[in-house]
Design a protein around this ligand. Structure first.
Ligand code: MRU
Length: 342
């Protein structure tokens, strides 16, 4: 299994996802600001993985505190810094809230004990995410039949989580059961999570993967070459509307046109019970250079205006099912998602 992120000897270690697949380089963070920057720069990315990073960031921030004076203010500063890193993934805020609860419950303890509790909580969040993904895989694998082709977008794999992955976890579970599954990976412009990360992960495990540019999906569907679509999610509103990597909506519409199932795989902590519908999900706008340039080389006029939303919203009506660790949820999602809060 791929090590995405871990707590080791009072440091946070993460694989530098910007460098994959060419280099396997690990980044060491010794303070919470470095963790925050790693999330912003997408050294680590993927909704569950940035949640885990934020939890470790809080633990690291507290670990560096030397006396109890202004403990609440210090905690607040750390929390606010990590909260500002990326706006869309619900998992990041969920993990920060969990860390805050642990802080509130234990801040009366000695500083040493408090630090231990905070580290333990972050480690638990990581461990539970791995278990959650395996459960998603178990629920989801029966949706795939031997010989099918699965289209996926972005990277909802080991690298976007504590390990195993959500969408790719389902594929892994089906393959482990002996099913022959062929994966089509959208390259996922501009950050190329599909080309660089999904292909790398699947290839390491000898799961057959074919890389396509983002515009190819419709053509392959028309030719009957795709059986199912599975993607991850960054935030799911109460009605099932789902934010995921830009381009997901386009594929969902295409899937409906071709009568193909479109599945979303995500842990239940991706669901934002405060938001009734998807239009309220904040969508991150990223640096125009990500679009203007590839590998530091300008592709267009250096001053051309760019729009670079990192995510889009797929309305619930396009989603055949949402696969969580608690089961397979079907429309109407207002009903099926209810009660999943934790
Ligand atoms: O910008 P990213 O790479 O963080 O976006 C990631 C995605 O959109 C993933 O599909 C999602 O977070 C699920 S990761 C299991």
């Amino acid at each position: 299994m791929l090590p995405t992120i871990e707590w080791r000897k009072d440091k946070v270690i993460m694989i530098d996802q910007r460098k994959l697949p060419k280099k396997e380089v690990y980044v060491e963070c010794t303070d919470y600001n470095q963790v925050a920057e790693a999330v912003e720069k997408m050294i680590i990315r993927g909704a569950p993985a940035i949640g885990i990073a934020a939890a470790y960031g809080v633990a690291l921030g507290l670990l560096r505190i030397e006396n109890e004076e202004n403990l609440n203010d210090e905690f607040d500063r750390i929390y606010r810094r990590l909260e500002r890193t990326r706006p869309t993934a619900r998992n990041l805020f969920w993990a920060l809230e969990k860390m805050k609860n642990t802080f509130e419950k234990n801040k009366g303890l000695s500083l040493t004990k408090l630090k231990q509790r905070m580290i333990q909580k972050a480690v638990d969040i990581e461990r539970e995410d791995l278990e959650t993904n395996k459960k998603i895989g178990i629920w989801g694998k029966d949706l795939l039949k031997d010989g099918q082709s699965v289209l996926t977008h972005c990277n909802a794999g080991s690298l976007g989580t504590a390990g195993y992955g959500t969408a790719l976890g389902i594929i892994r579970a089906a393959v482990q059961e002996g099913k022959k599954i062929q994966v089509y990976a959208d390259e996922t412009r501009p950050y190329l999570q599909g080309a660089r990360l999904t292909c790398w992960e699947l290839d390491r495990e000898n799961i057959p993967v074919t890389l396509i540019i983002d515009n190819t999906a419709g053509f392959l569907m028309q030719k009957g070459m795709i059986s199912v679509v599975i993607t991850g999610a960054d935030r799911i509103a109460r009605n099932g509307d789902t934010a995921n990597k830009i381009g997901t909506y386009t594929i969902a519409v295409l899937a409906k046109e071709h009568n193909l199932p479109f599945y979303v795989a995500a842990p239940s902590n991706t669901i934002d019970f405060n938001l009734p519908e998807g239009k309220e999900i904040p969508i991150e706008e990223r640096d125009p250079r990500e679009v203007r340039e590839i590998g530091g080389r300008c592709l267009t006029l250096p001053h051309v205006k760019v729009q670079n939303p990192a995510f889009d919203i797929t309305p619930a009506r396009y989603i055949s099912a949402i696969i969580t660790e608690k089961g397979i949820l079907r429309p109407p999602y207002e009903k099926s998602l209810k009660g999943l809060g934790r």
